[in-house]
Design a protein around this ligand. Sequence first.
Ligand code: ASP
Length: 298
Amino acid sequence: MPKEHPKAKLIKRSNIVISTWSHGIKANEEAWKVLSDGGKSIDAVEAGVKVTEADITNRSVGIGGRPDREGHVTLDACIMDENSKCGSVACIEGIKHPISVARAVMERTPHVMLVGEGARDFAIEQGFEKYKTPIKEVKKDWKEWKKENKELLKKPRINHENHDTIGMLALDEFGNISGSCTTSGWAYKMHGRVGDSPIIGAGLFVDNEVGGACATGMGEAIIRIAGSHTVVELMRQGKSPQDACRLAVERIISKHDDVTGLQCGFIAMDVFGRVGSYSVYSGFNYALQKEDGKNLMV
Ligand code: ASP
């Protein structure tokens, strides 16, 4: 039987799941199955984002993701539970479910983060499913991109064409919050580039005394302010999830001379079940599912 939240009498005890972007709708449905069966938030956030990781039509998360400049699809993911335990993998190749490998790092190693070949070796040793990437259609697009962008191969710059992440937060009926985050990162990034998504405190942060937050958008900018951690700390100081996300975005804006093309967004949920989101530019949306229904929130 899962442990109840230590402040169980004060906080919200209801199933709620939120995740970034419209791909979150399907992911939330899977997470919801776990929650409505009386399951734990950590199981819900893993099951939920696995739907997006396995969707070969998704070009910014999982096995259908676009590669780096050299043609490698390198995936980043992390997970954090209600006891502040966390696990992460970065720059992992050819593994179907990085989020489950991140969870295995959390549960089966003394470490928090494994990267590159080490992460892949661990995944294989633990029996996780392999998957050959890039998929055919993605490889074709990459070859065309290379022909049209010869100068970028010599002098990289951040590419705004294709990116996105699924970040998910779930609250379960025991009053506990967990979160997950997974992405293929920026299309045609430099080989070895890692963004915010697998970095605990940047792409995801959960403190079960307060709430959780996830980020999407330009990882470099999110890391600079330890974005998701900042949102959670603002909630700890009494800000609503909405205000906490707004203040974190304003901090990002204040740290850049020019935010042209720099999109970042946060979602957050507190232990009272309140949710919020904010982004540098409009156009960011998230999926919300709770007892009284589900919506795409803009
Ligand atoms: N945050 C991701 C990264 O920087 C991309 C995104 O969410 O758009 O890799």
